[in-house]
Design a protein. Structure first.
Length: 145
């Protein structure tokens, strides 16, 4: 009888991937990157172990949004003090905080517990085309679709 394979944390080999965000739609890019961070693209995927790879996203400022989301989508944050609700439109976020915009989209697609926080640490987002991870010899990852 065959038994189900379960990956162990010390047996996992992690790769580094580079994804170019220029001209890509925010949600489509985020869902695919979240899948890589979780390790769902590997045959050794195990739900209770972080089997994912590192992902470097470059050109985050050139991400696209469909429809009227640039003006209509609003990002909220709260300081936890009375009257401390602040908001920004997607256009402001893309102009000034494009890395944060991508990080928020991807974080929402990862598990919400400690394993999700561990997976999120393998995400590296940069606004320009340059990144400081050349020593890891990242592979270019072509998105589906």
């Amino acid at each position: 009888m065959r038994t189900t394979f379960m990956a162990k944390a010390n047996e996992i080999e992690r790769k580094w991937y580079v994804v170019d965000a220029s001209g890509k739609t925010l949600g489509r890019l985020a869902s695919e990157v979240a899948s890589i961070l979780r390790g769902k693209h590997k045959p050794t995927f195990t739900p209770h172990v972080d089997t994912g790879d590192h992902v470097i996203i470059v050109n985050a400022g050139e991400i696209e949004l469909t429809g009227k989301k640039l003006t209509d989508k609003i990002y909220y944050r709260h300081s936890q003090f009375p009257g401390g609700l602040k908001s920004r439109t997607a256009l402001e976020m893309r102009t000034n905080y494009s890395e944060k915009m991508l990080e928020l989209a991807i974080r929402g697609m990862l598990p919400k517990g400690s394993l999700g926080r561990q997976m999120f640490k393998k995400l590296h987002v940069y606004n320009g085309a340059e990144h400081p991870h050349q020593a890891q010899q990242p592979e270019v990852y072509e998105l589906r679709g």
